[in-house]
Design a protein around this ligand. Structure first.
Ligand code: ATR
Length: 289
């Protein structure tokens, strides 16, 4: 149903997701179904890879048109690019690599943050009434909890959209370093508990706190103060303690799963140059999770 092998030929574009382990990845299912749906002549493979540099140089002829990267290869992937997008360079990790048809050079991008930012913008946009050209994040206070890969991604993404960024992190030095890069403010986790959100403030948890099995854990005070919107990058469980508390406090909530779905839309569009079949991608994921 999902593949149409009779279509594979010399013109077929080959993509793959590089990771280790890779068996759990939903990406092959998702992209193959989406390629077929829009009539794109491509195929997308799961690639169990130990050494990224060896793998990529082995396939250095323009066999692969692009790669996605997953755990633990997002940092190694960056080192194998011929060119890196400036935001991916700052984040220190890539989520995809695209081969430029003209010269075969590999360019790395990080679209993880675009996934989360897009999901947050859509959730806010739905209730703000601002013109589509202005991000609903512009001018807003945006609190990022965590300063690892995901924290950096969210902080740069929010900064790019004109938000005023606050970074809260257990290791304060990392909060300070990230905050200084996005013209923001660094706070400690203790200060986060006392933090008073102004109207319209957005809160994004990018730490693993609240993830299964320690689902009761949270870095925020209980009951939670009122934030306009709360995003949690944790998606196991889908509804975290933080998101439940946020909903009770009257905040709009955005699930961690939305980050993955939205980055799949963005990546599909980069790979194919075609608009992503959003409903199909949502359906394939819903049927397979
Ligand atoms: P990712 O790429 O998913 O962001 P990471 O780079 O390992 O993962 O970053 C994990 C983030 O979660 C860090 O900000 C980490 O805080 P430190 O910088 O102090 O290590 C934060 N984190 C993880 N476990 C935590 C815990 N139990 N309490 C508070 N912060 C935690």
């Amino acid at each position: 149903e999902l593949y149409n092998f009779r279509q594979i030929g010399a013109d077929t574009k080959v993509y793959g997701v590089i990771g280790n382990p890779i068996g759990h990845s939903k990406s092959p299912l998702l992209y193959n179904a989406a390629f077929k749906h829009v009539g794109f002549n491509g195929i997308y493979l799961p690639l169990l890879v130990d050494n990224v540099a060896n793998f990529i140089s082995t396939y250095s002829s323009p066999d692969f048109a692009g790669y996605s990267f997953t755990i633990p290869h997002k940092e190694d992937g960056l080192k194998c690019c011929n060119e890196v997008d400036p935001i991916a360079k700052e984040i220190g990790a890539i989520s995809c690599m695209i081969r430029r048809p003209v010269d075969g050079k590999l360019k790395g991008y990080n679209v993880d943050y675009l996934g989360a930012i897009k999901a947050i913008e859509e959730a806010l946009g739905a209730s703000s009434g601002a013109p589509a050209s202005v991000s609903p994040l512009a001018g807003k206070l945006f609190v990022v909890v965590g300063a690892g890969g995901a924290g950096k991604a969210l902080a740069y993404g929010a900064y790019e959209k004109g938000a005023r960024v606050v970074v809260a992190n257990r290791t304060f030095g990392k909060a300070k370093e990230l905050a200084s890069k996005v013209g923001g403010q660094a706070i400690t986790l203790a200060e986060l508990k006392d933090f008073h959100p102004e109207e319209g403030t957005i809160l994004a948890n990018t730490t693993s706190v609240g993830m299964k099995p320690r689902i009761e854990d949270t870095l925020l005070p209980k009951p939670l103060k009122h934030y306009a919107l709360v995003f949690d990058a944790v998606y196991t469980p889908k509804s975290t303690t933080l998101l439940r508390e946020a909903q009770e406090a009257g905040s709009t909530i955005v699930y961690g799963t939305e980050m993955f779905i939205n980055q799949a839309f963005v990546q599909f569009e980069r790979f194919t140059g075609l608009p992503a079949p959003k409903q199909l991608i949502r359906d394939v994921l819903a049927r397979n999770t």
